[in-house]
Design a binder for this molecule. Structure first.
Ligand SMILES: [Cu+2]
Length: 125
């Protein structure tokens, strides 16, 4: 279950960072800002070798996935076109992170405008 384990890893990593950040920022007023940034990146999808990893996943309505360009030398350009939801990332530089929030139920294809064979299927319950 690579998806589950990566989600658990991200969550536990996030909690560790959050705990440390909160401890350091008491009185500094930035704890909430850091928590928001972590919440936006709970489910990671990698772009590597002209593929999405994983290439399909199921999430709940309102959840956010974060697409990470793990290719060192390739631009990507993720987009969704559907009757109920559209998204366009613009150019995704190597190393960049692109959050996408799915607020509609259904099955969506995330495609790459640069590499036509790249496809990610997101089922939103
Ligand atoms: Cu691409």
């Amino acid at each position: 279950m690579p998806l589950l384990s990566s989600r658990v890893l991200v969550l536990s990593y996030g909690r560790t960072i959050l705990t440390a950040a909160l401890a350091l920022s008491i009185g500094a007023g930035c704890g909430l800002f850091i928590a928001d940034k972590l919440n936006a990146s709970g489910i990671a999808v990698s772009q590597k070798g002209r593929m999405f990893h994983p290439d399909s996943l199921t999430i709940g309505r309102g959840e956010t996935i974060t697409i990470v360009n793990d290719d060192s030398d390739l631009l990507h350009h993720a987009f969704v076109e559907s009757p109920s939801f559209n998204f366009d990332s613009g150019d995704q530089e190597p190393g960049s992170r692109t959050p996408i929030t799915f607020n509609e139920r259904g099955t969506f294809q995330v495609l790459c405008g640069i590499h036509p064979k790249m496809k990610l299927v997101v089922r939103v319950n």
